[in-house]
Design a protein around this ligand. Structure first.
Ligand code: ADP
Length: 497
């Protein structure tokens, strides 16, 4: 089944060509007049032409964001007014749920059932959760030991915030970035990923409709090495919030040195998912499948190292391989699809290259291991892959593949598996499957990662902090923890004598 975008979506937004960028409350073409193509990864065909922002557009957007931060209605708004605007965005997202879900599926490739059940509602939830926080960002009174002093703190916004996001969850990533920054009173320049700019721009329209003042939110699509790099280096940007690869995260850190802008980085992972022999095996296998194949494995928390206790290893890997082979891979627009394509030809080549490297180093594919042909040959489809006969030292067991490829590794002891799980440059997430409550808590304490899921995997909630240890990043998103990353503390001393 091959469906053209215009047949699938009734969106005036998609019919405007090129899709424009949002600067200072205006929808404009790039200063250079250039555009770039965004493709449908299920068909390899062009979905839309989009204004291609570069350094000049970033300069304009930063100027608009600075103006909106310093003057006009935004800095005068009460926290309650900011909260209402964010709440209104959540309502508008829900009113346009079907359109946004389809746009996300067409641009990213993910199954429509997940765009509908997960991406759209979680995006709306994020705005609603942070709408509540706008009125709860409090300072403290400090009992200093100097007589007659009233000493208190204020939490003030940082100012102009640049936000650079990836292509795997385009809409949710936009909400993770925008909602807390705006709740805290900052102004924003968001740069969506060049592969998937559409839903962030559509949400930009909804933000305008909600009534945010001009220049508070600017959205500049474009490439990483031009628009992204210009934003990261800009001397009038006070903070960069970045989600993406560890490699680019390091570049963002270097670029921040010019004006010592604050940064938060949510980077890669190579997450262990550990099945103990006392686990409910049916659920554990189901969980392990979701952990790796959800979003075609293109999720920084992917449970890509599957540790299975020696005593149940053969049975578990057989079940896993059988279930992986039975998964329905297809176009995201088909409601029966369980796994969509990977994002680009480049990503398809990269992931296939890892599978080849794995084979060369001695691994065997128990399921998958190749591209999908037939009707799906024009899209970027890979079969869900299970690699067996792997050792911890192999490339496929150490590097982030960011595709539907899991490596299976047997283990014997709890301390041994915890030590092996922790032996990684990353520390983003981990999964544990056991029916022993003591073992569960022990593993939570032993695993060195920002999130540990027990008898579940890939759970996210706007209220629960998320972020990495080691080279998986700096700072936390979600929950009130993220507000620390979008505010700065001012201490006031009042002499009452
Ligand atoms: P991925 O490997 O998942 O594509 P990247 O880290 O390359 O992740 O990209 C994540 C985001 O970072 C995208 O919006 C991309 O355009 C942007 N980006 C890439 N290179 C740079 C750079 N040098 N400076 C700033 N942003 C960049």
């Amino acid at each position: 089944m091959t469906t053209s975008a215009s047949e699938t979506i009734e969106s005036a937004f998609l019919r405007q060509q090129p899709v424009k960028m949002l600067i200072g409350g205006q929808w404009v073409e790039a200063a250079s007049g250039k555009t770039f193509e965004t493709l449908n990864p299920a068909t390899g065909k062009v979905l839309a032409h989009v204004a291609e922002g570069d350094a000049e557009d970033i300069n304009r957007a930063v100027a608009a964001a600075r103006k909106a931060f310093e003057s006009g209605p935004w800095p005068k708004m009460t926290p309650s007014q900011r909260g209402r605007l964010l709440w209104r965005v959540a309502e508008l997202i829900e009113e346009h749920a079907d359109e946004l879900a389809m746009l996300e599926t067409l641009d990213n490739g993910k199954p429509i059932k997940y765009s509908k059940a997960s991406d759209v509602p979680l995006t709306a939830d994020h705005f609603r959760y942070f709408a509540g926080w706008a009125t709860k960002i409090e300072g403290e009174t400090i009992p200093v030991s100097i007589p007659n002093m009233l000493t208190y703190t204020l939490r003030e916004p940082l100012g102009v915030v640049g936000q650079i996001i990836p292509w795997n969850f385009p809409m949710q990533m936009a909400s993770w970035k925008l909602a807390p920054a705006l709740a805290a009173g900052n102004t924003v320049i968001l740069k969506p990923a060049e592969q998937t700019p559409l839903t962030a721009l559509r949400i930009g329209e909804l933000i305008c409709e909600a009534g945010f003042p001009d220049g508070v939110v600017n959205i500049v699509p474009g490439y990483g090495h031009t628009a992204g790099a210009a934003l990261a280096a800009h001397l009038d940007v006070d903070k960069i919030a970045f989600t993406g690869s560890t490699e680019v995260g390091k570049k963002i850190l270097q670029a921040s040195a010019g004006n010592l802008k604050k940064i938060t980085l949510e980077l890669g992972g190579k997450s262990p998912n550990i099945i103990f022999p006392d686990a409910d095996l049916k659920w554990a296998v189901r969980g392990a499948l979701t952990a790796i194949y959800f979003n075609s494995g293109q999720i920084c928390t992917a449970g890509s190292r599957l540790f299975v206790h020696q005593s149940i290893y053969d049975e578990t890997i057989s079940q896993m391989a059988e279930a992986a082979a039975a998964m329905k891979v297809g176009e995201g627009v088909d409601p029966a699809t369980e796994m969509g394509p990977v994002i680009t030809q480049e990503q398809l080549d990269r992931v296939s290259g890892y599978i080849e490297t794995g084979r060369r180093e001695g691994a065997t594919a128990r399921a998958g291991g190749e591209r999908v042909g037939g009707d799906l040959a024009d899209g970027f489809f890979l079969r869900p892959t299970v690699l067996d006969q792997v050792t911890d030292e192999m490339t496929v067991a150490r590097e982030e593949i960011f595709g539907p490829v899991v490596v299976a590794l047997p283990f014997e002891e709890i301390e041994e598996v915890a030590a092996r799980a922790n032996r990684s440059i990353y520390g983003l997430a981990a999964g544990v499957w056991t029916s022993d409550i003591k073992k569960a808590h022990k593993m939570v304490s032993l695993l060195k990662s920002g999130v540990v899921w027990v008898n579940t995997y890939n759970q996210f909630d706007a209220a629960a902090p998320f972020g990495g240890y080691r080279q998986s990043g700096y700072g936390r998103e979600m929950g009130h923890a993220v507000l620390d990353a979008y505010t700065q503390i001012k201490t006031a001393w009042i002499n009452l004598r």
